[in-house]
Design a protein around this ligand. Sequence first.
Ligand SMILES: Nc1ncnc2c1ncn2[C@@H]1O[C@H](COP(=O)(O)OP(=O)(O)OP(=O)(O)O)[C@@H](O)[C@H]1O
Length: 366
Amino acid sequence: MSRVRLENVSKKFGTAIGVDQLNLTIEEGEFFTLLGPSGCGKTTTLRMIAGFYYPTTGRIWFDDRNVTEVPPQKRNTGMVFQNYALFPHMTVSENVAFGLEVAKVPKPEIRERVEEALQQVRLGGYGDRRIAQLSGGQQQRVALARSLVIRPGILLLDEPLSNLDARLRDEMRSEILSLQRSLGITTVYVTHDQTEALSMSDRIAVFNQGTCQQVGTPEEVYNCPRNAFVASFVGETNLFPATVEEVSAEAVRVRSMGKTFQVRHRREEAGFSAKPGDRLFLTLRPEAVDLAREEEEGSTFTANMEWVQFMGTSFHCEARLENGASLKAMFVNRPDWMGRLREGDQVRFRFPEERLQLIPEGETNV
Ligand SMILES: Nc1ncnc2c1ncn2[C@@H]1O[C@H](COP(=O)(O)OP(=O)(O)OP(=O)(O)O)[C@@H](O)[C@H]1O
């Protein structure tokens, strides 16, 4: 098992920047996810950890070993690719055995280890099948077995679930996670899917345009996003432009959409400071939006319901506020609410002040 450290790592492709000045530490045994939209640099980062790319500048460490320019086969990492990269003309066992054959491991040991790896991914008895005879999910398991059979210190997974249908994805998510937990192997997982990242990871690094925007536990990244990009990429959110009126020890008073809001401080640790006149975003997650009671005043807004979607466990809706801003809201399904949320209706919403947060307007880097 290894701890992985990236120190001021940048990767340029000609003049294009793949990754810029990245500093990351992935702890031993951790399930660590690189999350971000297409082209943000997550695969480039994973490939540098694997040794398929060398950084243009900076250093990579596995524990105390500088591996910056060590070739992939000498790093003891196991990698699962998005398209699995299996050999279609070989059997399952031959695919899994490949790395051990190359390393000239004795035949009886290869047989034993291949069987053990297939058991780990619940493919015991499938050794003689051909790859073409397997479903997508089974092929994914073969790829996983092939990466585990070499007993790597670090497991690298590049969007391993993106070719599977939704139900299989959920199933494989739990399987990969329980395998990782039982082996205790340091794992770096690349995905653009925030649900995968939130549900599987010990910690997440959120990427945008080649830079890391925030590193934290799923709860930290979701509940205390550091900037507008993280707030809107990890989950959905409402962002309303606001101006700071007054800053006290406990709260910041802001003006937004013609109303005044008191927002409790909770960002000192992130180095956030605001002064009167500053422009920033007031944010509120859709699930924090509430319906106002008849007599209620204060932070309430009348809005026109533009659409409502029933999702089974919840209703998702979007409404247009009087000032033209749109508001996303989400309500847990309660049968007694049927018919209360209808497209075209005037609805009064409440913004609970304890759920409001402030995010600096221009901040894009950590
Ligand atoms: N071999 C390459 N040559 C030139 N540019 C590259 C190369 N690989 C990546 N890039 C560029 O570097 C940036 C980061 O790419 P990267 O593949 O790491 O993104 P990603 O977040 O993994 O995206 P995706 O999810 O689409 O794979 C992109 O702008 C991409 O075009």
